[in-house]
Design a protein around this ligand. Structure first.
Ligand SMILES: C[S@@+](CC[C@H](N)C(=O)[O-])C[C@H]1O[C@@H](n2cnc3c(N)ncnc32)[C@H](O)[C@@H]1O
Length: 342
């Protein structure tokens, strides 16, 4: 057959103000795909794989990408779910400890490979001068930054989101020493000798945000701005407890000390903003994402988030009059996005 005949069945059910679009039965391959989509004004939330969705977007259509990707630590890869985290039997001895505790060199490479593939596609879909902001962790930042750079983006900066409330991750040695095949006296001596020593994980008190930009080529910043409305940063956006300081590459969302709060504070997250039934474990403060959106995009810009999680970027876009397209693979989290966006 010269052409594959494809039949697409589109069922649109209007449920309240939300459109569920169940697409696609390919009768030649019997392969079935389904994307549930919910639209609230200019905010579109899609339950599906971002990579598949991105390929269908027009080139140079995205103004800004703000995302908090899966870091490929422990169970938090591009297939994560609250079930797989909860049933992590293999690592049961560290189950109760924060994610990211397990050190595995493969995570760095897996994250790099995945992010390089994503960044290459994003490069085509973004406008010149468009900003691509990725949250990351101190230990995995280099994977994200290198992937962006190799895909063609320029690394313009690294923003440090600082916080003090974090759990120490270093493990003490006593329980390992207790299992050693030596006498109890020797164990007690070793435990005493190493009582202040832990595995090499110092308490992590910041998240680096990689600030990459699609190059503007031969255009000047002003010419690029006039053509694409991207590239220049809006310094009317202020930070600090009195909202009178220019944005810096340090941000904090909690009270710390006078100097820090005056210079770097973006308002604190409220208790209510996460939502009562939000089971997601890496929810970002809405004000933090709003600040980044205000600084790195313009009103009516199209902001894309490939990894919505519980939908913080979508909420922040709604609050700042940006258009938003966001993907979330996991249906449980997708439903949380819908709850929070209403
Ligand atoms: C770090 S979380 C984002 C959390 C978000 N910042 C928030 O405030 O809720 C990353 C999310 O990406 C989702 N994810 C992983 N791979 C994906 C993919 N290929 N396409 C779409 N979403 C994906 C995961 O299910 C997870 O919820």
């Amino acid at each position: 057959m010269e052409r594959m005949l494809k039949l697409y069945v589109i069922i649109i059910n209007k449920i309240e103000h939300c459109y569920y679009i169940n697409i696609i039965i390919n009768i030649m391959t019997t392969e079935a795909m389904e994307f549930k989509t919910c639209t609230y004004g200019d905010i579109q939330i899609i339950n599906g794989d971002c990579m598949e969705g991105l390929h269908k977007m027009a080139n140079e259509s995205i103004d800004c990408v703000i995302t908090d990707p899966p870091y490929f630590i422990d169970k938090l890869d591009n297939n994560w779910s609250s079930d797989s985290i909860g049933n992590d039997k293999k690592n049961s001895h560290i189950k109760h400890l924060p994610k990211g505790m397990k050190f595995d060199k493969k995570q760095v490479k897996d994250l790099y490979d995945y992010y390089l593939e994503l960044s290459k596609v994003l490069f085509d879909k973004m406008k010149p001068g468009g900003y691509f902001l990725s949250f990351s962790s101190p230990r995995l930042y280099h994977s994200i930054a290198m992937a962006c750079e190799i895909a063609g983006f320029e690394i313009r900066d690294m923003i440090n989101w600082t916080y003090t409330q974090s759990m120490p991750k270093g493990m003490s040695m006593s329980h390992v020493i207790q299992k050693m095949d030596i006498s109890q006296d020797e164990k007690d001596k070793l435990i005493e000798e190493y009582k202040d020593f832990k595995t090499p994980q110092i308490r992590s008190c910041f998240e680096p945000i990689c600030v990459a930009m699609k190059p503007i080529g031969k255009l000047t910043f002003i010419k690029n701005e006039l053509q694409f409305k991207t590239g220049l940063l809006d310094f009317s956006q202020k930070v600090g407890i009195d909202n009178d300081r220019v944005p810096a590459n340090i941000i904090t969302t909690e009270a710390y000390n006078d100097s820090y709060d005056k210079n770097f504070m973006v308002s604190k997250p409220t208790k209510k903003e996460k939502g009562e039934s939000n089971t997601h474990i890496t929810v970002k403060p809405i004000a933090l994402i709003e600040h980044l959106i205000n600084l790195f995009s313009k009103k009516d810009s199209l902001v894309f988030d490939p990894f919505l999680g519980s939908g913080t970027t979508a909420i922040a876009c709604k609050n700042t009059n940006r258009r938003c397209i966001g993907y979330e693979l996991n249906e449980e989290y997708y439903n949380i996005c819908l709850d929070r966006c209403q």
